[in-house]
Design a protein around this ligand. Sequence first.
Ligand SMILES: O=C(O)CCC(=O)C(=O)O
Ligand SMILES: [Fe+2]
Length: 317
Amino acid sequence: MAISISIPVIDISGYLTGDKAATASIASSISSAAQSPGFFQITGHGVPQELTSGMLARVAAFFALPAEKKIALHRNNSPALRGFETVGEQTLESGFVDSKEGFMIGPERSEEGARFLQGPNQWPAETDVEGLKVSMMEYFGEMQNLSKIMFRLIALGLELDEKYFDDFVGSKDSITMCRAHRYPPATEEMSKNSRGIGAHTDFGALTLLLQDKIGGLEVFYRPTETWHIVEPVEGAFVVNIGDMLERWTNNHYASTLHRVMSPVSNQNRYSVAFFNEGLLDQMIECIPTCLKHGQKPLYEPVKVEDHLQQRYGNSYQ
Ligand SMILES: O=C(O)CCC(=O)C(=O)O
Ligand SMILES: [Fe+2]
């Protein structure tokens, strides 16, 4: 019998309007979803739909550029890993080459004095994709803001001071990145032997994902070892816990394996992921409220910068 698990859809508007009772219930729903399945969707976040749809249209225009224009912006040109990556460049799941193309951006800054993952972006000429830079950076700003909100709710759900994670998400050296993807359509046959993106967990603390209507994102449910679709919900962001937050919470929250199947469709699938990779100097050391009576920390403390260098090193040679 097919097992159906639900990826909860949580309306966070009550928190934004300062409703105390609603806030307690939202924080508790988030906490429960973060434990299992480690994924949820949020609505009522206040990010304007025109912004997300306008940005997705420009992302599609970027990926439609001739190959040589995209290759000129390859991420290998960038010590901060910003830029374009081609189909077939990454293998996240043994035996399956990723069929996605990607385009990574982050906060704009010069190379001078840059630390790990910091630096300038690479953009196509404005005449090639009008408005791409403005709309992606505007979206990026909205996601930084939404991340602060999400971490406040996570803090409440962990019975911590509401501002516990404020420095982690909002400091000068807090690393945030945004990657747009195009998943080319596949036939049923092709789809069996490829992945849009192979099964993986996210390295950082928290990911906010915008997916279009095509679908294909699946999460692995550990108790039954089965894969489940994250149904596209109009206007929602998919939120998932990454490895860093799993470790920080002593496995109280789950960094769940996920993948994207190549869309069996005649259309491309587009998505944009926003990664909260954390404050470079922060030590990730078991959060006290995550240690129940008699439990011991499962991990050694690690500095965010070291964790990221190790994880990015493994997957991006
Ligand atoms: O495109 C998606 O739906 C998921 C992308 C993803 O998992 C990632 O970029 O880490
Ligand atoms: Fe991911």
